[in-house]
Design a protein around this ligand. Structure first.
Ligand SMILES: Nc1ncnc2c1ncn2[C@@H]1O[C@H](COP(=O)(O)OP(=O)(O)OP(=O)(O)O)[C@@H](O)[C@H]1O
Ligand SMILES: [Mg+2]
Length: 267
């Protein structure tokens, strides 16, 4: 079996025909931990949505090879006012196994308690979501991701507005996933954290700037190039002239892939 989990070929993603990220080519290996770094608006969340299948390529291809996907979207996109308790949110991790209305077995409940314990939320089962702090909410979302038992995990800014202790606890969870052979892509703004914990980094500024070993990617020169791309970007610009696909040429979609594409669930 190929060791490639994701393969991008001249991938362009965007909205209403306008590219948000383009000309991305490269591979993500199974069991790797990759940081996705770039300024606000550089296309990081767009890339996550493209990988998750929420956004179809404008051109190029995104080939995905995994059994189960867990996608934790950027926190600003999550509605915290939804009237639900921690246990309701976390047990959504069993959705694929049990269905939305399926009853949890005693084994499921033990698994759920174990995951809440692992993220430091024992005793929070019945707390309403809108009573949680930002860090506690992130812990709950990580517990749900644990239950999903996914082999590809996408995390979009999971450490936004959480303190150093929560980051340290959740980084341990992420490293545990990687040691189990799961593939993790994580969007981050904290460069020190990227340098400390992530072996691989993809630096984007609507175009890929650099991708590879973190020490080789996060150089002063690459970060300067990333900044200048972003500063030079014209929001009103039309279609990119480097687009190699001809209009009308079919895109390769996930339907042709060896594994079934499933989004296990996201809030
Ligand atoms: N639903 C949408 N419709 C139209 N344009 C969008 C949409 N979502 C994002 N964009 C645009 O695509 C570009 C990339 O946005 P994206 O959310 O991927 O950036 P990002 O790197 O995740 O930024 P941030 O660090 O602020 O989260 C931005 O110019 C943004 O305005
Ligand atoms: Mg984003």
């Amino acid at each position: 079996m190929s060791n490639t989990c994701l393969e991008f070929k001249n991938l362009t993603l965007g909205y209403h025909g306008h590219a948000a990220i383009h000309h991305l080519s490269g591979e993500v290996q199974r069991g790797s931990l990759t940081a996705v770094v770039g300024a606000n608006g550089s296309g990081k969340s767009t890339l996550m949505k493209g990988i998750a299948g929420i956004l179809k390529p404008i051109s190029g291809t995104c080939v995905t090879r995994y059994q189960r996907l867990a996608y934790l979207s950027q926190q600003s996109e999550i509605d915290r006012t939804f009237p639900a308790r921690v246990i309701d949110l976390v047990s959504l991790g069993y959705w694929q196994k049990r269905g939305l209305l399926g009853r949890l077995t005693s084994r499921d409940r033990a698994g759920l308690s174990g995951c809440l314990g692992a993220v430091g939320l024992t005793g929070f089962e019945k707390r309403p979501l809108d009573s949680l702090s930002g860090g506690q909410m992130q812990r709950a979302l990580f517990a749900r991701t644990m239950l999903q038992d996914a082999d590809l995990i996408l995390l979009d800014e999971p450490f936004n507005a959480v303190d150093a202790r929560t980051i340290a606890d959740l980084m341990k969870v992420i490293k545990g996933w990687v040691s189990e052979g799961r593939t993790v892509l994580c969007v981050l703004h904290d460069h020190a954290l990227v340098r400390e914990h992530f072996l691989q980094t993809l630096l984007i500024a609507r175009n890929p700037v650099a991708w590879g070993a973190t020490a080789e990617v996060m150089t002063f020169e690459n970060l300067r190039r990333a900044r200048s791309f972003q500063e030079a970007w014209d929001e009103q610009a039309g279609w990119c002239d480097e687009n190699t696909e001809q209009p009308g040429q079919p895109h390769v979609h996930r339907d042709h892939l060896p594994y079934q594409h499933k989004v296990v669930g996201h809030v």
